[in-house]
Write a new protein. Structure first.
Lengths: 318, 359
């Protein structure tokens, strides 16, 4: 009985007795969730357009962040470093398309998945080779990111919001809206949606798949850069960050591989669920459950919807 | 010319169902076994045995396991490392609870535990497919790894949290622990791998194996043909995890000889074994061996090959170069031969059959 009480009732009592802590936890979960959603967004963009399950998104985040900081350390002013980093991401997109994707067209999905592993290893090595393996400080001041925190007095306590977290949420939202507009209203966006619907049909109306892939990988690169800046400003830029790619995977299966709204809502569910679980239920089993809780949440949802919350319905024919 | 099956008639059903129907294959296998059992232990030095051959054998066992699941049944799993861990910890528990039990039996028996855990985590495969399943198996990876750290019962409440391998002998020869010679460990490992490969080859070419392949090619069609998907998929998970578990137990007890086990069974290990399966060739036992040989010898080759071509092995730079090279090689192999090294052997066989004529 005691254990049932601890699992089922006690956490909620704690939540009720200290609502400010609850709000704080949810906020932290929300911000983490936004960043998960950003990584998942990079995945979804590439998966929709090329059917590639891009494991390298995590390392692209690190690589973009590292390039930015590394260039700044080499003496470039911050805005120019930002532009050069964008160029680097573009070159990366072109290179990946030319060297990896083009020869592997029409191969089974798992082969392409493995190829992105190769890219991951390659980028880890390259990044460390050029910029060194030590963690770096993100240049948040030079990029005019706010510092410090806001404190609100509410619910009989204090809730502390880091300004950088607020900025992260706002920038993420702006970027998602911009992407949505881009997809909806531009020529390239229409082409991207066409490719996502059907490769063959898109080819037959004269859309160049190769070009689209470069654009998509570049878009994913931009998303990675933004994620890298935000995540780097919260902690620092190091290769440890690529682990967050693994955190984005449950977000993906929860939201569905092919859905942008799914990535966002999935990210928020996972982020908040994870923090709440860790904070209120974690101590019962000795803590550290953050590493697998996300997967369990996602698995639970998948039992009811095998294609994720917003994924395309899986139709199987014989 | 060298590989012609002309004149080798199959006169009864047993011949038709033989694992190696062609004489040349049997001779080739005989030579390989002779080299493995006689030449390498007698003429190889300790370095070859303990840094090259034993890891290769351990990994080929794990790769066979994953190949059964991914290559033959079409279920992608990213949890192999954790299943290996289950084997290692089970072996530790069994061998420390029953100190008189033969260690070889402990190692094989620990596969049973791993198989049970595998079935448990295989349950979602009935509803989830493809990459969704791959990500779902990551749940197994992270959850089990968490268990290895947080449940002290698994490592007998050691302060260090490490697996301690005690000294055990078979027929009076010490095979585990610090005093075991590389030769004895190698032979034990080799016997294990030979037997388990033989079992796998037979199972996979029989009714069960064909059911696996039917599920891989299209599970709905397989179900319509009367294959019980629940049973088949779970059996594949059990079978595969059994091999992974034995590989994990062998890795801890025969190869590494104990220590901090949690790190050896992390997500990178799972990916590494998936590499082996894919670079070797999906759905081929030979591929599992080729992939394991390639990936497991790669660090050694780079470690001794780089200085040989003039790149100094000075700490960080070499490590970064290793990453770049490994990534580059994976890409290279995937692009050149997406069907794996086993396909290269297929092509080579065809060439040998025609030689000296082009076609």
């Amino acid at each position: 009985m005691d254990i049932l009480f601890k699992i089922l009732i006690d956490p909620f009592l704690q939540m009720g007795s200290a609502p400010d802590l609850l709000v704080q936890t949810i906020w932290e979960g929300f911000v983490t969730g936004v960043l998960y959603a950003l990584i998942a967004l990079g995945f979804v963009l590439i998966f929709k357009a090329s059917g590639v399950f891009n494991f390298a998104q995590g390392i692209m985040v690190v690589f973009a962040g590292l390039t930015l900081v590394g260039l700044y350390e080499m003496g470039l002013p911050a805005p120019i470093a930002l532009i050069v980093t964008l160029l680097v991401m573009y070159v990366l997109a072109v290179t990946i398309e030319r060297v990896v994707l083009r020869p592997l067209v029409n191969q089974p999905d798992i082969i392409l998945f493995m190829a992105t592993f190769g890219i991951t290893y390659f980028l880890i090595g390259l990044g460390e080779f050029i910029f060194g393996g030590n963690p770096k400080q993100m240049i948040s001041e030079q990029l005019y990111l706010p510092k410090g925190s806001l404190e609100f007095k509410m619910l009989g306590g204090f809730v502390q919001l880091q300004k950088i977290d607020i900025a992260a949420a706002v920038i993420a939202m702006i970027m998602i809206i911009a992407l949505a507009l881009f997809f909806q209203y531009t020529r390239i966006g229409r082409a991207l949606r066409a490719v996502a619907d059907s490769h063959k049909a898109a080819l037959s109306v004269g859309i160049s798949l190769n070009q689209i892939w470069v654009i998509v990988w570049f878009a994913a690169g931009i998303v990675a850069l933004v994620t890298g800046i935000m995540w780097g400003a919260r902690s620092d830029v190091s290769f440890g960050l690529q682990v967050i790619a693994l955190k984005a995977l449950p977000v993906l299966i929860l939201g569905g591989f092919t859905s942008v709204p799914g990535a966002i809502i999935g990210g928020l569910i996972i982020g908040i669920g994870e923090k709440l679980g860790e904070f209120y239920w974690g101590p019962l089993v000795g803590g550290g459950i953050e590493s697998w809780l996300a997967y369990c949440i996602a698995l639970f949802f998948l039992l009811f919807r095998p294609q994720g919350l917003f994924g395309d319905k899986i139709i199987e024919r014989i | 010319m060298f590989y012609r099956e002309t004149g080798q008639f199959k006169t009864n059903y047993a011949d038709d169902m033989a694992l190696l129907p062609i004489l040349q294959d049997r001779i080739g296998l005989g030579i390989i076994l002779f080299v493995a059992y006689v030449i390498i232990p007698f003429f190889g030095n300790d370095f070859l045995l303990s840094t090259v051959m034993i890891p290769f054998l351990v990994f080929s066992l794990a790769a066979i396991g994953l190949n059964i699941l991914t290559g033959f049944t079409g279920l992608i799993s990213l949890g192999t490392g954790a299943f290996m861990g289950v084997g290692a910890y089970a072996c530790y528990k069994v061998s420390s609870t029953f100190p008189d039990l033969n260690i070889l039996f402990c190692i094989v028996f620990s596969g049973v535990f791993s198989a049970l855990v595998g079935v448990l985590f295989g349950l979602p495969s009935l509803r989830i497919k493809g990459f969704y399943l791959a990500v779902a198996t990551l749940a197994a990876q992270f959850f089990l790894q968490w268990c290895f750290v947080r449940i002290p019962w698994l490592y007998n409440y050691n302060v260090s949290g490490a697996i301690e391998v005690s000294q055990r002998s078979i027929f009076g020869v010490i095979v585990t622990g610090a005093k075991a010679t590389p030769e004895s460990r190698y032979i034990v490992m080799l016997v294990l791998v030979t037997l388990m490969t033989w079992v796998a080859a037979n199972v996979l070419s029989g009714r069960i194996g064909r059911a696996f392949m039917a599920v891989r090619d299209m599970d709905i069609a397989a179900e319509l043909m009367g294959i019980d998907l629940l049973k088949t998929k779970l059996l594949a998970f059990a079978f595969s995890s059994f091999y992974a578990g034995v590989a994990g137990a062998a890795m801890m007890f025969i190869w590494v000889g104990g220590g901090e086990a949690n790190d050896s069974f992390n997500i990178n290990q799972s990916f590494l074994i998936l590499f082996m399966v894919i670079i070797g060739g999906l759905g081929s036992l030979l591929g599992a061996f080729l992939g394991a040989a390639f990936i497991s010898s790669l660090p050694t080759i780079l470690k001794f090959g780089l200085p040989a071509i003039g790149i100094p092995l000075a700490g960080a730079t070499a490590e970064h170069l290793t990453y770049i090279l490994v990534g580059g090689l994976i890409l290279f192999f995937l692009i050149v031969e997406p069907h794996g090294l086993a396909r290269l052997w297929q092509i080579g066989k065809q060439k040998l059959r025609m030689w000296p004529f082009p076609y």
